[in-house]
Design a protein around this ligand. Sequence first.
Ligand SMILES: Nc1ncnc2c1ncn2[C@@H]1O[C@H](COP(=O)(O)OP(=O)(O)OP(=O)(O)O)[C@@H](O)[C@H]1O
Length: 341
Amino acid sequence: MAMLRLEQVTVRFGGRAALDAVDLEVAEHETVCVLGPSGSGKSTLLRVVAGLQHTDAGRVRLAGQDMTGVPTHRRGVGLMFQDHQLFPQRDAGANVAFGLRMRGMPRAERDRTVAELLDLVGLPGAQRRAVAALSGGEQQRVALARALAPRPSVLMLDEPLGQLDRGLRERLVVELRRLFGSLGTTVLAVTHDQGEAFALGDRVVVMDQGRIAQTGTPLEVWRRPASEFVARFLGFDNVVEATVHGAVADTPWGKVPVPSDTPAGPCRLLVRPAGVRLVPEREGLGCEVVARTFRGDHVVLILQPPGAPRLEATCPLRTAPESGARVGVAFDADEVVLLAA
Ligand SMILES: Nc1ncnc2c1ncn2[C@@H]1O[C@H](COP(=O)(O)OP(=O)(O)OP(=O)(O)O)[C@@H](O)[C@H]1O
């Protein structure tokens, strides 16, 4: 059964739809990450589920129950916002205990729960530490412990790791995944960072102007972006007009092999950079290397073919040609994706 279900949810501000007839299901124990550019409606979606935003149409169900008219504090959802909104004058323990005290949990049980939660988020014994004296990552963990304390049926995270530096974010994503897995928490998270969404989510939802542009596992979305919008949002720029005949497509880059089930006719094609293979100049499409960016274990090349759009390719550091070099390019059908109009 879906733990959370949105049915045709629409929210308008002025004339514009911030959410436009959105349908979405999150299964029990599932982590779904909503991804999209600024203004695509991600935060509005969370606010609707939390009961902080009025809807113009549609409904939200939690564990099958229609939430229309149910106030935030009776929905059983946990919220953790971007700026984590801790009480700065209280210690870590009092912050975590906040929701438990509101529910009238007896003191001894509260103390035990707070200790367990601080253990869980990797801050054992931090009850008496002043919030203001904690690092950004530690504050994030306290905020997470506080959101988990009332055992919400759905935990919602808005840019949970937004403010933190990259190394810490990567570590925390791994910890969060393990934590949600072991607790069996149902999670709806919002982020504009695709790396975070792909690392954290069992499923990702890509939003575009209040609508869901694609939903799938991280692998499905990464391997097969459904549209040019999703492809470009994920940073794939090798997109061209093409006409498919059988197993090849005519493109400004010449003939490009396509997967065997590709329907014939005009379309837009994406060639993922991994499918742009370097070969000796005479054996492929001749290109000049116009830029070369070091990315740790590989290099990203920007290639300029004569009279056609630039191509992005990746290659191992050891074999990467220099800027200005001339190379040939061949394409792999496995990395070619037909995009919806
Ligand atoms: N209270 C409001 N009044 C008017 N317009 C609003 C309000 N809240 C959001 N909007 C508009 O609705 C659209 C969606 O906003 P939302 O905050 O949901 O986007 P977002 O994807 O979360 O963006 P960001 O990544 O920048 O936080 C935007 O065009 C925004 O300007």
